[in-house]
Design a protein around this ligand. Structure first.
Ligand code: ADP
Ligand code: MG
Length: 682
């Protein structure tokens, strides 16, 4: 925009001090000020008393028809009462703390008052009044209400924005292509900005808002799509050479047939890997949908094409598990898999790092230590990030900063409702696995009270008697790591006493890596029947023989966490169960338990979670990368968002897209911001 650099000081009435204060509102230029939209309007249109409702805020006009009465109380407080004649009704008007008005309220003088209407008593508590003979021009209009604070008053803001509109309104340029204005019947930009501040009526306010919401969402989507297009036009990534036989060879070694969903996403991934740009793909699939094997195939393809692969996971337990299963799969094929975690011995670590540099290690599994300081690959071609939602920072930008452009596959079991996927992950390509492997039965979920513990123990005995295993989860105690561990230790003891004939294992965050490893090994191999654990097993842990998940104090967990925990069972053909032991006090707590018993579909759980929490909370706002819109609301303007996305995709796909002047400018900006953008968007 031409005047985006026009300083606030050029607006009449904006002092250096006011300019400073506007900065705090994110307003830095005249253009910013014009885009500081009202969040509602105050209705100063004069209403007819026959059509107003009790409790409404209204404006009416009438003539003073009684002697005003002033009551003072305390040093500063007062109450002024006066009757005015509106049509043929006498209305009692009450002003607080404006004693000076008393002398001006002379018999017969026409008065315009705004305030809250008390229907029964024909009273009006006045919030604003003026005399018709000295009216400010606000009467008869909808006045914008802005978010203000500090020394910036509503009145000042109204005046200043009106002033800015007068000085600079004519310079407002269109930013949307005519095609789209026509397609959606949108107001031109200049008109929309004028009208949203000062609409004739609510209809016009709505039309102006509609146009500006569309613009906001469209430009946002356009940026995401253009950013992705730019990424796909680069050729500094790795173009893997993969023949289909390689993929099939590995698929045939698996003890099961891949599901259609798995095959589909493998195709999408391999297709991207062959291209010269760096893949940036998100694989989402419910817990237990079999994402690991998809990652394994992609990693194998990278190795066969002459590169190394890295698999990054959020916990050491998971690193250990993935290392073991990849080794079992790859060793016969001569592919070397190694592991790198924080808790590792220095000597072993040095060996792994050396092997990595020489290219002896083909695939490295580890926690986030894996792509940081001192870890140098000979030829890194693919990075897989498992359980993406557990990583706060943006791993992809770390890679970029290290000057590497490997393909990146991000995996998550927290299905993202479509609304959020479109906004938060708009710059990624998304692959989705909908189904679970054949033969999986829905997990039966029950919600019980603590008093049922004895029956639950009976349930554990029965499952173990037929060869299965169980988990018992006790919640993290936020305030104290120590209490948390103590809690697990106590529960473990209790279970050992209650189930003396069973072997009960214990797992918590304070154990050493070696202890954790041994506990998991014993449980995976079936040596222990029951595992008492804190939430350290929440993500990714795969022991298919476990069929019973008991979650203590389940009301302390969020929905997605409960669903993740439940996902530790239901990983084989055996019927699995989840028991939520909870006495929730709050209504949402009860609602969460209900959702869990009603569905075991992660997409549905996520949808209900979003409903209960709202989009901000859903991701945890800080890491979400969710944009903040001026006008648009992701939930209520969802339809517009979808339209805007389709329009953006359509335009970006045009062959001469970059040639258009507006888009050429966009490209410059995106190229400049690429790293920064990646940071913000991931
Ligand atoms: P997640 O998507 O939660 O990471 P995993 O990759 O851990 O799921 O897979 C869950 C379980 O299902 C594992 O034991 C895995 O071996 C098994 N599995 C994966 N794909 C299939 C399939 N196509 N048929 C049968 N079992 C499968
Ligand atoms: Mg997994």
């Amino acid at each position: 925009m031409l005047f985006s650099s026009t300083s606030l000081r050029q607006i009449k009435g904006v002092s250096a001090q006011k300019e400073q204060e506007l900065h705090a509102f994110g307003i830095h230029s005249a253009a910013d000020l014009l885009e500081y939209y009202p969040f509602r309007y105050e209705d100063y249109r004069i209403r007819n008393l026959t059509e107003v409702k009790h409790g409404e805020r209204i404006t009416i006009q009438g003539a003073v028809s009684s002697v005003p009465v002033l009551q003072r109380y305390g040093a500063r407080k007062s109450r002024l009462t006066c009757k005015i004649m509106v049509d043929r009704w006498l209305v009692t008007c009450i002003w607080f703390n404006q004693p000076f008005l008393k002398d001006q309220l002379t018999q017969g003088r026409e008065l315009i008052v705004t305030g809250k209407w008390d229907q029964g008593r024909m009273h009006m508590t006045v919030t604003g009044s003026e005399f018709a003979d000295k009216a400010s021009g606000r009467t008869g209009t909808l006045q914008p209400v802005y978010s203000v604070g500090g020394s910036i008053t509503q009145k000042w803001m109204r005046k200043t924005i009106a002033q800015a509109l007068e000085q600079f309104g004519a310079m407002i340029e269109e930013v949307l292509p005519p095609l789209l204005l026509e397609r959606h019947q949108l107001m031109p930009r200049r008109e929309a900005i004028m009208r949203i501040h000062h609409p004739e009526d609510s209809e016009e306010g709505r039309a102006a808002r509609k146009r500006l919401v569309y613009e906001e969402l469209f430009l946002f989507q356009l940026k995401l799509h253009a950013f992705r297009k730019l990424g796909r036009e680069r050729d500094d990534g790795v173009a893997h050479t993969i023949d289909n036989a390689t993929v099939l060879e590995l698929a045939q070694r698996l003890p099961f047939e891949l599901t259609d969903g798995q095959k589909k996403v493998i195709n999408e991934i391999i297709h991207d890997m062959r291209q010269p740009f760096s893949m940036n793909r998100l694989l989402q699939g419910d817990v237990g949908s079999g994402k690991t094997v998809v990652a394994a195939i992609a990693l194998y393809a990278a190795v066969r094409s002459g590169y190394q692969g890295a698999l990054m996971v959020p916990t050491e337990i998971l690193a250990e598990q993935h290392t073991r299963s990849l080794q079992a799969l790859f060793e016969p094929l001569g592919v070397q898999v190694d592991q790198l975690t924080g808790g590792m011995k220095e000597r072993k670590r040095r060996d792994v790092l050396a092997g990595l540099q020489m290219g002896v290690v083909d695939i490295l599994v580890g926690t986030h230590a894996l792509i940081q300081e001192g870890v140098d690959f000979r030829a890194l071609g693919l990075v897989v990030i498992d359980e993406q939602h557990r990583f706060g920072v943006n791993q992809r930008s770390i890679l970029r900063r290290k000057g590497m452009h490997p393909d990146v596959l991000t995996m998550t079991a927290t299905p993202i409702p479509r609304t959020l996927a479109i906004t938060a992950f708009g710059d990624m390509d998304i692959s989705t696995i909908r189904e679970r492997p054949q033969g999986r039965k829905p997990i039966k979920t029950y919600w019980v009270k603590h008093s049922m513990m004895e029956r639950i123990q009976g349930f554990i005995r029965r499952e173990v008697a037929v060869g299965r295993q169980a988990y018992i989860i006790c919640p993290l105690i936020e305030e104290s790591d120590k209490l948390d561990v103590q809690n697990a230790i106590d529960l473990h003891l209790e279970m050992q006493q209650a189930l003396p004939e069973l072997r009960v294992g214990l797992l918590h965050g304070r154990m050493t890596s070696a202890e954790k490893e041994e506990t998991m090994r014993a449980y995976s191999s079936g040596e222990t029947h029951v595992l008492v654990s804190t939430t350290v097993i929440e993500v990714g842990v795969d022991v298919p023989n476990a069929t019973l998940m008991i979650i203590m104090d389940a009301e302390r967990f969020g929905l997605s966490q409960l669903h993740q925990l439940r996902g530790r069972v239901g990983r084989s053909d055996h019927q699995s169960y989840c028991v939520l032991v909870a006495d929730p006090k709050s209504e949402t707590g009860q609602e969460r338990m209900k959702v869990m018993t009603e569905t075991d579909d992660g997409f549905e759980v996520a949808r209900r979670d979003l409903e209960l929490r709202g989009p901000g909370d859903f991701f945890g706002t800080k890491q979400s990368g969710l944009p903040e819109f001026r006008l648009a609301d992701m939930v209520s303007d969802y339809g517009v968002l979808e339209t805007a996305r389709d329009d953006a995709a359509e335009l970006v796909a045009l062959p001469d897209f970059w040639e258009e002047a507006v888009f050429a400018r966009l490209r410059e900006r995106l190229e400049r911001d690429q790293v920064m953008q990646a940071d913000r968007l991931d």
